[in-house]
Write a protein that binds this ligand. Structure first.
Ligand code: DUC
Ligand code: ZN
Ligand code: ZN
Length: 485
């Protein structure tokens, strides 16, 4: 058997084991694994390197307008290039429906944005803000059938949140059609009430962003979201969990066998609300929602990363520049609620997780693989990605576990003018990034043609049929409430 490429002599890591050997690639797929594979038009020496599945970034905002119409700095070219430099070979940004828009039109718009530009493979999670009957009955099922089998909803923001009733309707549609509901869980009224009090007191500096969104607002909403999902027997993915209380709720639900999934993000592990106190308006760089918390929170979130509460550590890359095109679109010194919400991090996610997770002894290499790609592939239905097995796409990243670098904005290769991780010393960096067998990053250079990335149609999401149902919705108990497809 001959190969297009053989990666030889590396330490190959999967979620369950680590072995030393070779990977043979043909026609963009993994064709063979072995102790020693000969041949190959190209042979890549992976001695001293760690070889893992390419990262799958499950949470990024790319070429996306916010609910107030502000466009992210990164488009599908810069966003995907930055992702690739950070060791990712696929990503799933959001395709956002704003009120009044049809899902079909939204997807046409994002196809036009992604297809000519992305250098890595991509799918979308929809964002649903207007679940009209046409959306629920026709348009969402049509999107699911196209392989867009997940969507995000909001419990906060006046222009986005669906209310509990709306959540129940859409969770039921997801349950019936095999899709996964992702949720931004913060209590809208608690935050609005806090905002009003802070405004009355004239407290408008960036630091009050964290004050306005207490941990309690997240915990209450996560508890409610899990309860709503339980009522209809649906799966749920809680995005950007930032609090010990929220993570505990997720862990408890998972221990009960419920199909509840969650992620946290490097910013909640690496940064604190003290960063909002930086001089002048510098704190605006650290405004994201949910907000940064404190050092004690970081320690608890790391424990949850280690114990398996989270499927993934995702970047929540939401790039708004530190200028009038981004953070200050509403003026040079706005009150915190008017500062654009989000921070970049798609290139830093995996180097951070490798260094501070594996390098610092908080997680194993196997867990790194699970958290960076394998779990996302499973939960989001990318059935040819996230594993190094024959037949899978040859999406493979070589890491040099010894290399130490300082994070700089320029090294992010994005369209941003800052990184919140600036100055961090991290050990362990990707050296080669292969997407479907093609080397797209090597020796610090991009080798990928714009638009080479392909749309990935994803598999349906089906919760475990044995997951517990509440009695009132359990057909076995004859209440006539059958909702299973
Ligand atoms: N939620 C996100 O996931 N990203 C940016 C802002 C937000 O509210
Ligand atoms: Zn969110
Ligand atoms: Zn986000």
């Amino acid at each position: 058997m001959d190969f297009d490429t053989v990666i030889h002599g590396g330490t190959v890591a999967t979620p369950s084991e680590t072995w030393t050997g070779d990977i043979g690639i043909r026609d963009g797929r993994i064709a063979a694994l072995g102790d020693r594979l000969d041949g190959g038009a190209r042979r890549i020496d992976a001695t001293g390197r760690i070889v893992v599945p390419g990262g799958i970034e499950g949470h990024a905002h790319i070429a996306q307008e916010s609910s107030t119409g502000l466009m992210t700095a990164d488009d599908y070219h810069t966003g995907s290039v930055s992702a690739a430099f950070g060791g990712n070979t696929s990503f799933i940004p959001f395709a956002a429906q704003h009120r009044g828009e049809s899902i079909d039109a939204v997807l046409r718009t994002y196809d036009d944005r992604a297809a000519p530009n992305s250098v890595i493979d991509y799918s979308y999670h929809l964002i649903i803000s207007d679940p009209t009957p046409a959306v629920l009955q026709d348009e969402l099922p049509r999107a699911f059938a196209r392989g867009i089998t997940s969507f995000k909803v909001f419990m906060t923001y006046d222009l986005m949140n669906l209310g509990d009733r709306g959540m129940l309707d859409i969770l039921t549609v997801a349950r019936q059609h095999g899709a996964l509901t992702m949720v931004h869980a913060e209590n809208n009224d608690m935050i609005k009430w806090m905002n009003a009090r802070l405004a009355d007191a004239g407290l408008t500096a960036p630091r009050y962003h964290a004050v306005s969104r207490p941990a309690l607002a997240e915990a209450e909403a996560i508890n409610r979201a899990i309860s709503l999902a339980r009522l209809v027997g649906a799966g749920l993915f809680v995005v950007h969990v930032s609090t010990p209380e929220g993570a505990d709720l997720v862990a408890r639900a998972r221990a009960e066998g419920l199909p509840i999934h969650a992620e946290t993000c490097p910013q909640y592990l690496a940064l604190t609300r003290d960063d909002l106190d930086r001089p002048g308006m510098e704190g605006a760089k650290y405004i994201c929602s949910p907000p940064l918390r404190d050092a004690a929170t970081q320690a608890v979130l790391w424990q949850h990363v280690r114990s398996g509460t989270f499927e993934s550590v995702s970047s929540d890359h939401a790039p708004y520049r530190f200028d009038a095109s981004g953070k200050f679109a509403k003026g040079p010194e706005p009150a915190y609620p008017a500062i654009s919400n989000g921070m970049p991090g798609i290139a830093a996610r995996l180097p951070y997780l490798f260094a501070e997770g594996v390098g610092a002894g908080r997680i194993t290499l196997q867990q790194f693989v699970a958290l960076s790609s394998a779990n996302a592939a499973r939960v989001f239905g990318m059935d040819r990605k996230g594993a190094l097995l024959p037949g899978y796409d040859a999406d493979i990243v070589l890491w040099d576990p010894e290399e130490t670098r300082t994070v700089t904005a320029a090294d992010q290769h994005d369209a941003m003018d800052y990184t919140p991780f600036e100055g961090m010393r991290l050990t362990g960096w990707p050296t080669h990034v292969l997407s479907r067998g093609e080397v797209i990053v090597e020796a610090g250079e991009l080798r990928a043609e714009r638009g080479r990335g392909r749309f990935v149609a994803r598999q349906p999401y089906r919760p475990d049929p044995d997951a517990p149902l509440i009695p009132e919705m359990d057909p076995a108990q004859n209440f006539g409430a059958e909702i299973r497809p």
